[in-house]
Design a protein around this ligand. Structure first.
Ligand code: 3PG
Length: 306
């Protein structure tokens, strides 16, 4: 019998697991579950006999892919697939997929929620500031960026965006001002919301020079990946610009320095929380299950990323 594994170090909401089970068992397959595991050996043991797997930010390294001798398809229930060794997948004839757009609203809501939290000084009783009238720059206008733009407009913010892969007219039809260069975006905006993927080109690309272009009181909001930040440059900026703030969904490696020196100027989630809603789990998990069934039964490779 075809066996599908859900391997989630950070578990899905129960309703999402039920929904995945319905799809998988409805197709006549068997579902196995590995949740909240703490050691990679547990993952390696669990993949030994599976035909397909659904993961989140779980690290599907070469070691994991090589250990999954029957694996045909792996689906990252979410957008970013920087946690999957795509070369190992391709070398082993495994199709890797993501589920773009399925958890985007959840990530966007968290971005704005964290902005309000910092603007209101963590609700500490002191006077904060409002988002209305401020400029937000969307760095990469994909699924999450679009949702952030839309919610930000609801707050009365002015929305700008830079994305070299999206046509200017497609950005502007959403009532968002398309900006020609990344430097110009950072120079103009009080908030920057980051939505670039983590890859060889983007890692450490958000550096001191770029961030230092932001006007006084500038805040970087990172619901993308911590790896895209040049942390050395970020710390230099925090030191030199007492007005600057950083919000991130998952703490940077240099979190201890922030905690020691920059109280009130940052907020970090303890675990990656952007997509951690029942709705996002249901949308991404069930989409992943359907993609697996469609691939195994019909060879459908929509959303293949390798
Ligand atoms: C994504 O790339 O979709 C998000 O980072 C969500 O990650 P998660 O599934 O680990 O919450």
């Amino acid at each position: 019998m075809t066996k599908v594994l859900i391997a989630t170090e950070k578990p899905f909401a129960p309703a999402a697991v039920n929904g995945i089970r319905e799809v998988v068992e409805g197709a006549g397959y068997e579902l196995a579950l590995l949740e909240s595991y703490s050691d990679k050996s547990e993952l390696i043991n669990a993949v030994a006999d599976v035909d397909a797997m659904i993961i989140r930010s779980d690290k599907a390294t070469k070691e994991v892919i090589d250990a999954a001798k029957n694996l045909k398809v792996i689906v990252r229930a979410g957008a970013g697939y920087d946690n999957i060794d795509l070369e190992a997948c391709t070398a082993n004839g495994v199709v890797a997929m993501n589920t773009p757009g399925q958890n985007s609203n959840a990530v966007a809501e968290l971005a704005l929620g964290m902005m309000v939290f910092l603007a209101r000084k963590g609700y500490n009783g002191k006077a904060g500031v409002e988002l209305k009238g401020k400029k937000i720059g969307i760095h990469a206008y994909g699924n999450v960026g679009k949702y952030v733009a839309n919610i930000a407009k609801g707050f009365g913010m002015e929305v700008l965006a830079f994305d070299p892969f999206v046509k200017k007219e497609d950005i502007e039809k959403d009532g968002v001002k398309a900006i020609d260069t990344v430097e110009e975006l950072y120079s103009q905006c009080n908030y920057i919301s980051l939505h670039i993927p983590a890859n060889d080109k983007t890692k450490k690309s958000i550096n001191f020079d770029l961030l230092n272009r932001m006007p006084e009181g500038g805040i970087l909001v990172n619901t993308a990946r911590k790896e895209v930040i040049d942390e050395e440059g970020m710390l230099k900026l925090m030191e030199e610009r007492k007005d600057f703030g950083y919000i991130s969904d998952i703490a940077p490696d240099c979190k201890d320095e922030f905690e020691a020196k920059y109280d009130g100027r940052f907020f970090f989630t303890p675990k990656k929380m952007g997509a951690q809603t029942a709705e996002a789990n249901i949308n991404a998990g069930i989409a992943g299950a359907n993609q697996i069934v469609n691939y195994i039964n019909n060879g459908d490779t929509t959303f293949k990323v390798n």
